[in-house]
Design a protein around this ligand. Structure first.
Ligand SMILES: [Zn+2]
Length: 496
């Protein structure tokens, strides 16, 4: 097909153009029949979102994806381009990608009449047929649909209402393709009316002049359900013309969530430094997002994007790289404590409820990390006896460690803690594991015990014995430290 260069050849080849929704439907039918994977890279929607999407496409619907931020809505829409033909014939130079066998615009109609079978044919690839626009309140009808260009009219001696004077907007430029509008409710009502008119009547008024444009477009939208009421709305006639409303969601299982983060996070970094991420670090990162979504201090309506664990894991790896580079280590192994270095990617990813505002974003994030470590630690060390390690601290032992402590240093400092290394092995350390991996496992055990409140941790002293239950467990470690200095000789109590 792509060898065809003129309209005559195209006609003789038996080519018949199809409306874009039919083309997408036909290609989807082929994929379904062949059992091909649909929407590669979209994880966890196989039984929920994808069947609904397939039905919408089979029904030739314009549709809208409704969901909170970070639910792969835009990604799904971009994936629709894979359902387009590899390439389609167009009139060369036409801004609205006219079909040579049935041109819309006056200029192309005139060319076909003049050049007939000698009209050259160009081929448009599928990537060029997907147009995306983020709706904002300042988007105008000129941006979306187009404008009348008085200079063009004057130069050509045309009447302003002649469509040859038209400067096309994004929607006509998406003709014979897919036009995606993100955050539809943010679009001003009158622009939505314009879209509706095009969908319904194939014409639109620009500056009072009626312009006829029988466009062939699959219109797809995204919206955040919260915006339906909070920021704007979708006008009823347009809503009525959207065939399907499909709800997206956050990953339901931790398994899917881990797979998404593994796919999206940039952790395979080039350079001399090898990066190895222990499985429990990945799990803790993911658990932070799961706990954030369930936390009543965090606003559920605005959601917690999957971008939270993705960017968190990236910062966690970076902190490990920084430590490894400073310590001259050949392998960078993220530790659980590196999550605190990722606070900048956590605090910005959620909106707080009143209770959360009182506590402050950073403290809420710290609480989430600690709680996530506790959950993962309990899962890995279920029923394991940690008493010997806890006793070492209860007898007055302290470990001043930080996230910059090199692996060898960390291992040396913790050597005297009876039972600690054995516990660390329980985190799945292979025999002969390199020092950074061992150090990360030890760090996980210590943070786990801290999360379970069996030991405490402070900036000044590192890990030490737990504050006893009698002595206000809710207070911060720094205050506890002050108090201990004021009351010399106070005995540390066992925590059981
Ligand atoms: Zn044209």
């Amino acid at each position: 097909m792509a060898a065809i260069q003129t309209l005559g050849e195209l006609r003789r080849s038996g080519y018949r153009s199809r409306p874009v929704k039919q083309e997408i439907r036909d290609n989807l039918v082929c994929k379904l029949r062949a059992g091909e994977a649909l929407f590669p890279g979209i994880i966890g929607y196989d039984e929920t979102v994808i069947p609904q999407l397939v039905n919408a496409v089979l029904s030739r619907h314009n549709f809208i994806l409704l969901g909170l931020r970070g639910q792969a809505k835009s990604r799904i829409l971009r994936g629709l381009a894979d359902l387009l033909d590899d390439r389609i014939p167009v009139v060369p130079g036409c801004e609205i990608h006219d079909d040579p066998t049935a041109p819309l615009c006056a200029a192309c109609r005139a060319r076909v009449a003049r050049e007939a079978d000698d009209l050259p044919v160009a081929w448009l690839t599928r990537d060029a047929r997907y147009v995306e626009k983020l709706a904002t309140p300042d988007v105008t009808i000129a941006d979306m649909v187009g404008d009348i260009d008085p200079i063009k009219a004057a130069q050509a001696g045309l009447n302003l209402s002649d469509e040859l004077t038209m400067h096309y907007g994004l929607l006509p430029r998406a003709n014979r393709g897919i036009f995606a509008i993100n955050e539809l409710p943010d679009l001003a009502g009158k622009i939505q009316v314009g879209l509706f008119n095009i969908l319904q009547e194939g014409d639109v008024q620009i500056k009072g002049y009626p312009i006829r444009l029988r466009l062939d477009v699959l219109l797809v939208f995204t919206a955040n359900p919260e915006d339906y009421t909070a920021r704007g709305k979708i006008i009823t006639p347009l809503k009525d013309r959207i065939g399907s409303e499909i709800r997206t969601h956050y990953p339901v299982t931790r398994h899917n969530a881990l797979a998404i983060t593994r796919q999206e996070a940039w952790t395979e970094r080039s350079g001399s430094l090898q990066v190895e991420i222990p499985p429990y670090v990945r799990e803790v990162v993911e658990e932070v997002a799961f706990q954030a979504r369930a936390d009543r201090k965090i606003d559920k309506r605005s959601g917690v994007s999957q971008r939270l664990p993705i960017t968190t894991l990236e910062l966690v790896v970076s902190n490990a790289e920084r430590r490894a580079l400073a310590g001259g280590e050949a392998i960078a192994v993220p530790r659980v404590t590196d999550l605190y270095a990722a606070l900048p990617s956590i605090t910005g990813k959620f909106e707080l409820e009143y209770e959360g505002e009182l506590r402050g974003a950073e403290q809420v994030a710290r609480d989430l990390i600690r709680s996530a470590v506790g959950t993962v630690f309990t899962g890995v060390f279920d029923g394991v006896d940690t008493r010997t390690v806890v006793e070492w601290f209860d007898l007055g032992g302290t470990l001043p460690l930080g996230d910059t402590t090199p692996a060898d240093d960390l291992i040396a400092k913790t050597k005297g803690v009876q039972g600690l290394r054995e516990l660390a092995d329980g985190a799945g350390l292979p025999p002969g594991a390199p020092a950074p991996l061992v150090a990360a496992a030890i760090d996980f055990v210590l943070e786990g015990l801290y999360a379970q409140k069996k030991i405490s941790r402070s900036e000044e002293r590192g890990y030490s014995a737990a504050e006893s239950a009698q002595r206000r467990p809710a207070r911060r470690e720094e205050q506890a430290l002050d108090e201990e200095i004021r009351i010399p000789g106070s005995k540390k109590k066992y925590y059981n």
